[in-house]
Design a protein around this ligand. Structure first.
Ligand code: NAD
Length: 476
């Protein structure tokens, strides 16, 4: 397979100005398979400066219809290359190939959505008290730095780049160190589809150097970040000096709430993948399960049975549901949580072991008899580990659900519509699903309450975040 190994700046591939490279390791085999250029601060400056020029000299003022045409062309080219994108995603992060194919399609869909959204993104006319004519304009910011994580590298790169470009910004995108390949292909294909040079730059490299240089660059007007809460906090501090616009999609510890009147079969069948999909490396993972006591035993045994049946295997096989974790250190974090739970006498109902000798695999793990103060119950693990606890009282359960610094996602399972809506209103979280474990819809806003973030990706809300709101008054 043809692997991209350089930085993508100004419409072409080039090496790091400092000659830096970093190795990628296949998580399924633990073998190094390629070296990719790692940007230096001078490359950040070159990329941001040329993005700024591309913005001022054309992209900013391009007619909306022309921008939409280019975004539709990008979507078409992405669709023509879905298999290549999916294979690369699986290779560098160990994502099961069937998920990687779905997510490649999701990336293309995001470009289609924002291509169409351009002509529906409107200002207002406002009847101001003094009369005259008052209206608002949505104007692009300039250069947007998009910093993305390794767990959903391609779709998240698309859902930052597409709305930012649609709104008339230029983008410098920094993928995570584990996952530069599909971001580079996005830059290459977008350019081949007609995106002018400099409008989308891709800069692989370490967060500490490339990320900081991007965030503090004087020509960067907004940072759109997805990643951990700690790095998000650091970015916000750096950005406050200018100050720059910031949107942050951060960590989570999402609840899965199952009432006794739920469709038990459906809930028990769907719930394991609501936490174990992507090997638990999902900010929306429903890793705290609250089950009403009357069905606790039945639900838990069905959950465990369904978990044992999950196919943990080589991610390049079509039938695989759960691949390896992205790295040895990511697996160690989960194993440390499990070890601590074991030491505290918690029950490990299944998993906790390494199913393969090679590859960063870890069997999906169910912890029972955990206490509300346990680290595994309170902290984001970002691996295939779930805790299940019974509850008796709805309002006490909601208090416990909200007793978390996070508020990203969650599910509620019940056949009582009034209860579903009452609980949904009270759960402090940016995204909820009722009788479903779906979190992400291209057309709907996605983001968190509390320490799970600020601002929204996806939907029309993302376009708002990539624009300045200008008010114009015309006297009669
Ligand atoms: P991370 O915070 O370690 O890295 C995210 C990105 O930030 C990477 O590109 C990294 O290189 C970069 N980075 C690291 N240090 C930086 C710095 N000092 N300045 C600027 N950039 C820097 O996160 P991760 O390990 O890649 O991803 C896992 C985390 O992301 C989890 O906490 C997960 O919950 C979160 N996440 C959130 C969402 C969401 O939408 N809310 C989605 C996916 C992942």
């Amino acid at each position: 397979m043809n692997l991209p190994t350089q930085l993508f700046i100004d419409g072409s591939y080039r090496n790091s100005s400092a000659g830096r490279r970093s190795s990628l390791v296949n998580p399924a085999t633990e073998e190094k398979f390629v070296e990719v250029a790692a940007a230096a601060p001078a490359d950040v400056d070159a990329a941001v400066t040329s993005a700024h020029l591309a913005w001022k000299s054309g992209w900013r003022d391009l007619a909306p219809g022309k921008r939409a045409e280019i975004l539709f062309s990008i979507a078409r080219l992405l669709r023509d290359n879905l298999e290549r994108i999916a294979q690369l995603e699986t290779l560098h992060i160990g994502k099961p190939i069937s998920d990687a194919r779905d997510e490649a399609g999701l990336g293309a869909r995001v470009f289609e959505y924002y291509a169409g959204a351009i002509s529906n993104f409107c200002g207002q006319t406002i009847p101001v008290a003094r009369g005259g004519f008052d209206f608002t304009l949505r104007q692009p910011l300039g250069v947007v730095a998009a910093i993305v994580p390794w767990n959903f590298p391609f779709p998240i790169a698309c859902w930052k780049a597409a709305p930012a470009l649609a709104a008339g910004n230029c983008v410098v995108l920094k993928p995570a160190s584990f996952s530069p390949l599909t971001a580079l292909v996005l830059g290459e294909l977008a350019h081949a589809a007609g995106l002018p040079s400099g409008v989308l730059q891709i800069l692989p490299g370490p967060g500490s150097t490339v990320g900081d240089a991007l965030v503090t660059h004087p020509l960067v007007r907004k940072i759109s970040f997805t990643g951990s809460t700690d790095v998000g906090r650091h970015i916000m501090e750096l950005a406050s000096r200018d100050p720059k616009r910031v949107s942050l999609e951060l960590g989570g510890k999402s609840p899965n709430i199952v009432f006794a009147d739920a469709d038990l079969e459906r809930a028990a069948e769907a719930s394991p993948m609501s936490v174990f999909a992507n090997t638990g490396q999902d900010c929306c993972a429903r890793s705290r399960v609250f089950v009403e006591r009357a069905i606790f035993e039945r639900f838990t045994s069905q959950f465990i049975e369904a978990t044992r049946a999950l196919r943990v295997n080589d991610p390049s096989l079509d039938a695989t549901q759960i691949g390896p974790l992205v790295s040895a250190s990511q697996r160690k974090i989960s194993e440390d949580f499990i070890g601590e739970a074991r030491k505290a006498g918690r029950s490990i109902a299944c998993g906790g072991t390494r199913p393969q000798a090679k590859g960063f695999y870890l069997a999906p793990t169910v912890l029972l008899e955990v206490e509300p103060g346990d680290r595994c119950w309170r902290e984001e693990i970002f691996g295939p580990v779930v805790c299940i606890r019974p509850f008796d009282d709805e309002s006490k359960m909601i208090e416990e659900v909200n007793d978390s610094p996070y508020g990203l996602s969650g599910s509620i399972w019940t056949n009582d519509l009034k209860r579903a809506l009452r609980v949904a209103r009270q759960v402090e979280s940016g995204v909820l699903s009722i009788n479903s474990h779906s979190s992400v819809h291209v057309e709907a806003p996605f983001g968190g309450f509390k320490q799970s973030g600020i601002g929204r990706d996806l939907g029309m809300a993302a376009l708002e975040g990539y624009t300045e709101l200008k008010n114009i008054y015309v006297s009669e």
